[in-house]
Design a protein around this ligand. Structure first.
Ligand code: ZN
Length: 175
Protein backbone atom coordinates (compact mmCIF):
# COMPACT_ATOMS: atom_id res chain seq x y z
CA UNK A 1 0.00 0.00 0.00
CA UNK A 2 1.36 3.39 -0.98
CA UNK A 3 1.85 5.87 1.81
CA UNK A 4 0.06 9.01 0.70
CA UNK A 5 1.18 12.47 1.64
CA UNK A 6 0.10 15.95 0.66
CA UNK A 7 2.39 17.83 -1.76
CA UNK A 8 3.29 21.30 -0.55
CA UNK A 9 3.53 24.55 -2.48
CA UNK A 10 5.50 25.24 -4.70
CA UNK A 11 5.65 21.62 -5.90
CA UNK A 12 5.31 21.95 -9.71
CA UNK A 13 2.76 19.10 -9.81
CA UNK A 14 0.29 21.48 -8.14
CA UNK A 15 0.43 23.63 -11.30
CA UNK A 16 -0.49 20.87 -13.76
CA UNK A 17 -3.86 20.51 -15.42
CA UNK A 18 -4.78 16.85 -14.96
CA UNK A 19 -6.61 14.22 -17.00
CA UNK A 20 -10.10 12.80 -16.80
CA UNK A 21 -10.56 9.50 -14.98
CA UNK A 22 -11.97 6.37 -16.64
CA UNK A 23 -13.68 3.56 -14.70
CA UNK A 24 -11.95 3.23 -11.33
CA UNK A 25 -10.16 -0.02 -10.49
CA UNK A 26 -10.45 -1.42 -6.96
CA UNK A 27 -6.91 -0.19 -6.26
CA UNK A 28 -7.92 3.30 -7.31
CA UNK A 29 -11.02 3.19 -5.12
CA UNK A 30 -8.73 2.22 -2.24
CA UNK A 31 -6.63 5.26 -3.01
CA UNK A 32 -9.74 7.47 -2.79
CA UNK A 33 -10.39 6.10 0.71
CA UNK A 34 -6.79 6.84 1.66
CA UNK A 35 -7.34 10.41 0.40
CA UNK A 36 -10.33 10.69 2.75
CA UNK A 37 -8.27 9.33 5.65
CA UNK A 38 -5.57 11.88 4.92
CA UNK A 39 -8.22 14.60 4.84
CA UNK A 40 -9.44 13.61 8.32
CA UNK A 41 -5.92 13.28 9.74
CA UNK A 42 -5.00 16.73 8.50
CA UNK A 43 -8.31 18.27 9.56
CA UNK A 44 -9.02 19.50 6.05
CA UNK A 45 -12.38 19.84 4.32
CA UNK A 46 -11.32 18.96 0.78
CA UNK A 47 -8.50 17.32 -1.13
CA UNK A 48 -7.85 16.99 -4.87
CA UNK A 49 -5.99 13.97 -6.30
CA UNK A 50 -3.06 16.02 -7.69
CA UNK A 51 -2.36 17.18 -4.13
CA UNK A 52 -1.12 13.64 -3.44
CA UNK A 53 0.65 13.46 -6.81
CA UNK A 54 -2.17 11.45 -8.38
CA UNK A 55 -2.66 13.34 -11.63
CA UNK A 56 -6.35 12.62 -12.17
CA UNK A 57 -9.60 14.63 -12.04
CA UNK A 58 -10.91 13.44 -8.72
CA UNK A 59 -11.76 15.23 -5.46
CA UNK A 60 -12.94 14.31 -1.97
CA UNK A 61 -14.71 16.64 0.42
CA UNK A 62 -16.22 16.54 3.89
CA UNK A 63 -17.27 19.91 5.30
CA UNK A 64 -19.04 18.44 8.35
CA UNK A 65 -17.62 19.98 11.57
CA UNK A 66 -16.73 16.55 13.05
CA UNK A 67 -16.04 14.83 9.71
CA UNK A 68 -19.07 12.56 10.10
CA UNK A 69 -18.23 9.96 7.40
CA UNK A 70 -21.82 10.12 6.12
CA UNK A 71 -20.92 13.59 4.81
CA UNK A 72 -17.92 12.36 2.84
CA UNK A 73 -18.16 12.73 -0.86
CA UNK A 74 -15.93 11.78 -3.78
CA UNK A 75 -16.54 13.30 -7.19
CA UNK A 76 -14.86 11.90 -10.28
CA UNK A 77 -14.38 14.28 -13.23
CA UNK A 78 -16.21 17.10 -11.41
CA UNK A 79 -17.36 20.02 -13.54
CA UNK A 80 -19.08 23.25 -12.57
CA UNK A 81 -22.04 23.59 -14.91
CA UNK A 82 -23.74 26.63 -13.35
CA UNK A 83 -22.76 29.27 -10.83
CA UNK A 84 -24.77 31.90 -9.01
CA UNK A 85 -24.38 35.63 -9.63
CA UNK A 86 -24.20 36.01 -5.88
CA UNK A 87 -20.64 35.90 -4.56
CA UNK A 88 -19.20 35.80 -1.07
CA UNK A 89 -15.80 36.15 0.49
CA UNK A 90 -14.29 33.93 3.17
CA UNK A 91 -10.86 33.14 4.54
CA UNK A 92 -9.62 29.91 2.99
CA UNK A 93 -6.80 27.54 3.78
CA UNK A 94 -5.29 24.70 1.76
CA UNK A 95 -3.51 21.53 2.91
CA UNK A 96 -0.75 22.31 0.37
CA UNK A 97 -0.15 25.71 2.07
CA UNK A 98 0.23 24.92 5.79
CA UNK A 99 -0.32 27.97 8.00
CA UNK A 100 -1.49 30.22 5.16
CA UNK A 101 -4.98 31.71 5.08
CA UNK A 102 -6.47 34.43 2.96
CA UNK A 103 -9.79 35.81 1.74
CA UNK A 104 -11.10 34.49 -1.55
CA UNK A 105 -14.27 35.55 -3.36
CA UNK A 106 -16.31 32.73 -4.92
CA UNK A 107 -19.86 32.11 -6.14
CA UNK A 108 -22.33 31.31 -3.36
CA UNK A 109 -23.98 28.41 -5.19
CA UNK A 110 -23.01 26.12 -8.05
CA UNK A 111 -24.25 23.08 -9.91
CA UNK A 112 -21.80 20.18 -10.05
CA UNK A 113 -21.71 17.42 -12.61
CA UNK A 114 -19.50 14.35 -12.46
CA UNK A 115 -19.48 10.69 -11.54
CA UNK A 116 -19.42 8.73 -8.32
CA UNK A 117 -16.87 5.98 -7.62
CA UNK A 118 -19.05 3.48 -9.50
CA UNK A 119 -18.93 5.64 -12.63
CA UNK A 120 -22.58 6.71 -12.37
CA UNK A 121 -23.35 10.25 -13.51
CA UNK A 122 -24.44 12.73 -10.88
CA UNK A 123 -25.67 16.31 -11.04
CA UNK A 124 -26.34 18.23 -7.86
CA UNK A 125 -26.70 21.79 -6.60
CA UNK A 126 -24.54 22.89 -3.70
CA UNK A 127 -24.14 26.17 -1.83
CA UNK A 128 -22.19 27.89 0.92
CA UNK A 129 -19.11 26.18 2.37
CA UNK A 130 -19.60 22.95 0.37
CA UNK A 131 -19.76 24.94 -2.89
CA UNK A 132 -16.66 26.92 -1.89
CA UNK A 133 -14.81 23.74 -1.05
CA UNK A 134 -15.72 22.04 -4.35
CA UNK A 135 -14.72 25.16 -6.33
CA UNK A 136 -11.36 25.24 -4.53
CA UNK A 137 -10.77 21.53 -5.27
CA UNK A 138 -11.89 21.74 -8.93
CA UNK A 139 -9.40 24.62 -9.34
CA UNK A 140 -6.64 22.22 -8.22
CA UNK A 141 -7.49 19.93 -11.18
CA UNK A 142 -6.68 22.82 -13.52
CA UNK A 143 -3.48 23.77 -11.72
CA UNK A 144 -5.18 26.84 -10.22
CA UNK A 145 -4.34 27.59 -6.58
CA UNK A 146 -6.25 29.72 -4.06
CA UNK A 147 -3.43 32.28 -4.02
CA UNK A 148 -4.30 33.00 -7.68
CA UNK A 149 -7.69 34.24 -6.51
CA UNK A 150 -6.50 36.45 -3.66
CA UNK A 151 -6.46 40.24 -3.81
CA UNK A 152 -3.16 42.05 -4.19
CA UNK A 153 -3.46 43.24 -0.57
CA UNK A 154 -3.93 39.70 0.72
CA UNK A 155 -0.95 38.55 -1.35
CA UNK A 156 1.22 41.22 0.23
CA UNK A 157 0.14 39.99 3.66
CA UNK A 158 0.93 36.33 3.02
CA UNK A 159 4.07 36.91 0.90
CA UNK A 160 6.54 36.22 3.77
CA UNK A 161 4.88 32.90 4.55
CA UNK A 162 4.87 31.91 0.86
CA UNK A 163 8.59 32.78 0.69
CA UNK A 164 9.21 30.49 3.65
CA UNK A 165 7.44 27.57 1.93
CA UNK A 166 9.44 28.27 -1.25
CA UNK A 167 12.73 28.25 0.66
CA UNK A 168 11.76 25.09 2.51
CA UNK A 169 10.90 23.40 -0.81
CA UNK A 170 14.23 24.40 -2.33
CA UNK A 171 16.12 22.99 0.64
CA UNK A 172 14.19 19.74 0.74
CA UNK A 173 13.89 19.19 -3.02
CA UNK A 174 10.87 17.41 -4.42
CA UNK A 175 9.49 14.99 -1.84
ZN1 ZN B 1 -6.24 23.36 -1.78
Amino acid sequence: MTEEHVLLYPDPRLRQKVEEVGALTNDEKGRVFRMLRLLYEQMGIGLAAPQIGWMKRLIVINVHPTHDPRHSMAVVNPRISEESQKKWTMREGCLSFPGIYGSVERPWAVKIEGQNLEGENMVFPVSGLAARCILHEVDHLDGVLFIDRMSAATMVAIRPKLKRLEQHFKRRGQA
